[in-house]
Write a protein that binds this ligand. Structure first.
Ligand code: S3P
Length: 171
């Protein structure tokens, strides 16, 4: 594993990017940066407030700026929001100096993981499961462009992080 390269985790909401990122950071002794976290800290607002006050398009501009800025650094674990790699420039930026690993899960698993978390603006709809199924179908092709795809159903963040370590150690 090239120690200088970044490791980016992408994938749909509720696939475990943030918790797997933290676990991976501990296992590999690497700094973990979460793009949504950095945006919230810089804007001093929650993502849901940014969506409500300025709209999704404005959030996407902030997201792109942050990804560009962070990808200038090395040796990081970068966790992204679920929509980040729908933008081809973001996907290229993340891939430019690192590996991109997509986490996946079934719509039912995603629903179970997110149903008690109310901070995701895109899932604040009457029927979140149907929305998950619809968005997942639209987004799957983008996640599939990643270097590696890891299914997370029934696995803990630590198990998934272990799997990623095994994959990266073979490189
Ligand atoms: C989004 C996912 C969210 C956050 C924003 C938009 C998306 O991040 O970036 O609400 O488009 O899927 P998580 O994937 O961490 O929930």
């Amino acid at each position: 594993m090239d120690p200088n390269k970044n490791i980016s985790l992408v994938g749909f909401m509720g696939t475990g990017k943030t918790s797997v990122g933290k676990s991976l950071g501990r296992k590999l002794s690497r700094r973990v940066v979460d793009i949504d976290d950095l945006i919230e800290k810089e804007q001093k607002k929650k993502i849901s407030e940014i969506f409500a006050e300025r709209g999704e398009a404005y959030f996407r501009v902030l997201e792109k700026e942050k990804i560009h800025e962070i990808c200038k650094q090395k040796k990081l674990i970068i966790t992204t929001g679920g929509g980040a790699v729908l933008d081809s420039e973001n996907a290229q930026t993340l891939a430019s100096n690192g590996w991109v690993i997509a986490l996946s899960a079934s719509p039912e698993t995603i629903y179970q993981r997110v149903r008690h978390a109310f901070h995701r603006p895109l899932l604040k709809v009457a029927d979140p499961l149907s929305e998950i199924i619809k968005l997942l179908a639209q987004r799957k092709p983008f996640y599939q462009k990643s270097d590696f795809l890891i299914e997370t159903d029934g696995k803990t963040p630590a198990q998934i992080a272990d799997k990623i370590v095994v994959i990266l150690e073979k490189l």
